[in-house]
Design a protein. Structure first.
Length: 71
């Protein structure tokens, strides 16, 4: 998902997206540790980690933006 698409979402949608990404990251980690994956998908870990970072960054931007408006 592009950053511009994430910025267009409201906070609740971003929180839901973050939870889904964290669940996906957990599942990937469990598949790796239990040996369930047949093909090496190490690139998936990096992609999910970066998506999580993107969502968290935008959540923090929105949080900061809200604090600045109150001042």
């Amino acid at each position: 998902m592009k950053t511009s698409e994430l910025r267009a979402k409201i906070r609740d949608e971003l929180v839901t997206e973050l939870a889904a990404l964290q669940k996906e990251q957990f599942n990937l980690r469990m598949q790796k540790n239990t040996g369930e994956t047949t093909a090496p998908r190490s690139h998936s870990f990096k992609q999910v980690r970066r998506k999580i970072a993107r969502v968290k960054t935008i959540l923090n931007e929105k949080k900061r933006e809200g604090h600045e408006r109150k001042d």
